[in-house]
Design a protein around this ligand. Structure first.
Ligand code: ADP
Ligand code: MG
Length: 355
């Protein structure tokens, strides 16, 4: 599974980057302006790739990869030194956390509130019972799941910004897996920008991409959307300037038991894998943290609720693939998205703002 995922990321990278190198001299720019620097990092349980262009690229990417490792060590749910690990064992008492942990928690609670709890970081104990955190998969007893559901409620997390503390109710535990990569992508993009980089592609693990500016030649980035039915294939390509593309799908991590497939995105209302009829959700946003949280939430919501949710706001666009392989693309993403392979002839519905 891991190897398969690695291959996907590498193929996705190859596709995204194809055609983006050119020599500096024929473009009338100096070679140094077009210098490119990439660092591959294993963090947050996945392979990431940080690429920047221009004279500040190397120094700033090195700094960004250090920062990525630092964020990983704060947010990891399994690392015994992490702030999330400590908070999960705090037995109801307030825990001091760093600015980044406070900031990502604020975003998590905000997205949860906006999505009616479709994304809820306190789903963690249920995820663990299913074995999604370790790979020792099992279908839990229905009673075991219902006994945990009262603790799945992130509205009971208390953040005190003044004191810098987080307080989880006793029995509750959290996991930032739904949006930590997005948060890190935004933080790293801000760092690169401050360091003078104006063109960068941050692949935070294939399903979370954050860009800065455009490619050095002024053209848009090309981001592949994975085929949910075939991890080595593509459903299409998104052309994007500065912004973020996040995809969530059941195919990312799942197991099969007695002919049923169970995947890693759970419905916080039931504690069971979210079966909303969607196979994958891709969200286009300015900010990767919001996009990461929303892609998980919309996967839980399903087509109708996702469309209704989108119509009430103006800060994201989407590409949805349902279990039949049909595509639903929001009005604002229609020009950016080009279906590929067998999706080129699939049924595609453009969703407009009007009902
Ligand atoms: P990925 O990290 O695989 O790219 P997502 O961004 O959709 O995909 O995040 C899925 C992860 O979020 C799961 O592995 C799990 O840790 C966590 N998770 C699963 N369901 C939920 C949920 N409803 N709310 C919050 N977190 C969830
Ligand atoms: Mg997500």
């Amino acid at each position: 599974m891991k190897l398969q995922k690695t291959l996907c990321v590498l193929i996705a990278l190859a596709l995204m980057l194809s055609g983006c190198t050119r020599s500096g001299s024929d473009a009338g720019r100096s070679v140094t302006e077009e210098a490119e620097y990439t660092e591959d990092v294993f963090a947050m349980d996945t392979f990431m790739s940080l690429r920047a262009y221009g004279p500040a690229a190397e120094a700033s990417v090195r700094e960004a990869s250090e920062e990525l490792r630092r964020l990983d060590s704060l947010f990891s749910v399994t690392n015994q030194e992490s702030e999330v690990y400590a908070a999960n064992r705090s037995a109801g008492t307030p825990q001091m956390v760093s600015e980044d942990t406070m900031a990502v928690l604020e975003q998590a609670l905000s997205i949860s509130g906006q999505t009616g709890g479709a994304m809820d970081i306190t789903i963690y104990p249920v995820l663990r019972t299913w074995g999604f955190t370790t790979g020792s998969y099992q279908v839990p007893d229905a009673e075991a799941i219902s006994a945990m559901l009262p603790y799945v409620d992130d509205s009971r997390i208390v953040l005190d910004k003044g004191k810098g503390t987080v307080q989880l109710p006793e029995g509750a535990e959290m996991d930032l897996g739904a949006l930590a990569k997005g948060y890190a992508g935004d933080k790293l993009a801000d760092m690169l920008q401050t360091a003078g980089v104006s063109s960068a592609l941050l692949n935070m693990g294939g399903s979370t991409i954050r860009t800065l500016g455009r490619k050095p030649d002024g053209s848009k980035w090309r981001i592949a959307v994975q085929d949910p039915e075939d991890p080595e294939g593509y459903a299409g390509v998104i052309e994007l300037g500065a912004g973020a593309v996040n995809t969530s799908g059941g195919y990312e991590r799942y197991f099969e038991e007695a002919g049923e497939i169970y995947w890693h995105i759970l419905d916080p209302d039931t504690g069971y894998p979210a079966r909303s009829g969607l196979a994958s959700v891709t969200v286009l946003t300015d900010q990767a943290c919001l996009g990461d949280g929303l892609s998980t939430a919309l996967f839980v919501m399903g087509l109708d609720r996702a469309v209704e949710f989108w119509r009430a706001r103006d800060d994201f666009e989407f590409v949805l693939i349902d279990e039949n392989g049909d595509l639903y693309v929001s009005q604002g993403a229609a020009d950016a998205f080009t279906p590929m392979g067998r999706y080129a002839s699939a049924k595609l519905t453009v969703i407009s703002r009007e009902t």
